[in-house]
Ligand binder design. Structure first.
Ligand SMILES: Nc1ncnc2c1ncn2[C@@H]1O[C@H](COP(=O)(O)OP(=O)(O)OP(=O)(O)O)[C@@H](O)[C@H]1O
Length: 394
């Protein structure tokens, strides 16, 4: 999976002088499942359209197997696309929908030594390729059904089979599951990954759904405002987000303003917390990212901080608990049930505290993370800390 197939070099796209892709650099390996993930308007579809040849970049290059393909039209690229609105032909059955592209194709006549005469693909080969493809997408036995007699997920699989039957090297998928309900979407995520592994080609997938990206991808490219924020495996992106934007976008996070005291010690709310990170300047302002599942609820007297539970939501496998800390809301995910109104202690292990350089995104976060301004106005005495420990520290 390490051979490079597509490279985007300094890709820029501007509409009316507004830069929507800003010097994108990215390579995509053969047989990789790569997802472009980011909020609405960040430039995912534009990137996909440029790879497919439907949009011409303002500047920069697209390389395929090392060859510049900027000027190659879409149908001559070995790239097919599945869109969210996968218009199947309603009057054709499943078999004919998938066979359609093959029936349109002509290729050099093997009996013509000049190679000029072109012939249609033989019917027997079409039948074989369509049936193989229907098997790959688990639709064998559905050949004679019309699209309106299929579920949304089955229709989407017909669209995928239709895009794959031409044997492209790359399949582009633009939010292909967006129209499906949640249960079906989850089933199709697993199904898509299986299909990609079975046919063994590169998938470039666009979504704004972080869970979808984490479930399916070998590599996730997190984008915002036309720029790449981070490229990595789902594990890297989740466990080691490079900045507060990525941390906030992937999964849920508490993002708190902190100050580095020295290596392995950060100060939040006037309290020092041991952490594993270093390499920051003394007194440097930083973003402190803490995942809700990395916070332990402990008895008040053992807490590094204490607060009051303001909301408890049962989520099946765990509870989402909001703890109010003088008006600030921590999100904690735990299997322990603490009732609303309970006073609890919070404890965070050093490896649950992630320190990040202050970014343009600092202070932009909502519900669980906008602590900074009001905190500045607080004196340590007003914090709900264990009195003695607080005094020790000062
Ligand atoms: N043809 C166009 N003319 C002008 N602006 C455009 C055009 N196409 C896209 N844009 C703008 O470019 C930016 C990026 O759009 P793009 O569709 O790539 O975003 P996206 O990340 O795919 O968003 P979404 O998830 O909502 O589809 C947006 O601000 C959009 O308004």
């Amino acid at each position: 999976m390490s051979k490079e197939l597509i490279r985007l070099q300094n890709l820029c796209m501007a509409y009316d002088d507004e830069l929507v892709l800003d010097h994108l650099n990215l390579y995509i390996n053969d047989k990789e499942f790569l997802t472009l993930l980011g909020p609405s308007g960040c430039g995912k579809t534009t990137t996909l359209r440029i790879i497919g040849g439907f949009t011409t970049p303002t500047s920069g290059d697209v390389l395929f197997d090392g060859v510049r393909i900027n000027d190659i039209p879409p149908h001559q690229r070995q790239i097919n696309t599945v869109f969210q609105k996968y218009a199947l032909f309603p009057h054709l059955n499943v078999f004919e929908n998938v066979a359609f592209g093959l029936r349109m194709q002509k290729r050099p006549d093997p009996a013509d030594p000049t190679g000029k005469h072109r012939v249609k693909i033989p019917e027997e080969e079409i039948r074989q390729r369509v049936m193989d493809m229907l098997e790959s997408v688990s639709l064998k036995g559905f050949e004679n059904r019309k699209p309106d007699a299929l579920s949304g997920g089955q229709q989407q699989r017909v669209a995928i089979a239709r895009a794959l039957v031409n044997q492209p090297k790359v399949l582009l998928l633009d939010e292909p599951l967006g129209a499906l309900d949640l249960k079906l979407r989850k089933d199709m995520q697993i199904e898509l990954k299986r299909i990609q592994q079975q046919v063994g080609i590169t998938f470039i997938y666009v979504t704004h759904d972080q869970e979808e990206a984490l479930t399916m991808s070998d590599t996730i490219v997190v984008m915002d405002k036309g720029t790449i924020q981070q490229i990595g495996t789902p594990e890297d992106i989740y466990n080691e987000p490079k900045n507060a934007f990525v941390a906030d976008f992937i999964g849920e996070s508490n993002i708190i303003d902190g100050v580095m005291v020295r290596d392995n010690v950060v100060k939040m709310y006037g309290r020092e917390f041991p952490c594993l990170d270093g390499g920051f300047a003394e007194n440097e302002s930083v973003d402190v990212v803490i995942r809700p599942e990395d916070i332990d609820i402990v008895p008040v007297e053992q807490g590094q901080l204490t607060g009051t539970v303001t909301s408890v939501t049962f989520k099946g496998m765990q509870y989402d608990i909001i703890v109010d800390f003088r008006g600030f809301k921590w999100l904690i995910q735990t299997t322990d049930h603490s009732p609303v109104g309970a006073r609890i202690g919070i404890k965070i292990d050093p490896d649950g505290i992630h320190i990040m350089k202050k970014s343009a995104y600092s202070g932009m976060f909502g519900d669980y993370s906008s602590f900074s301004d009001e905190y500045e106005e607080m004196s340590d005495a007003s914090l709900e800390l264990d009195e003695e420990e607080s005094e020790d520290e000062e």
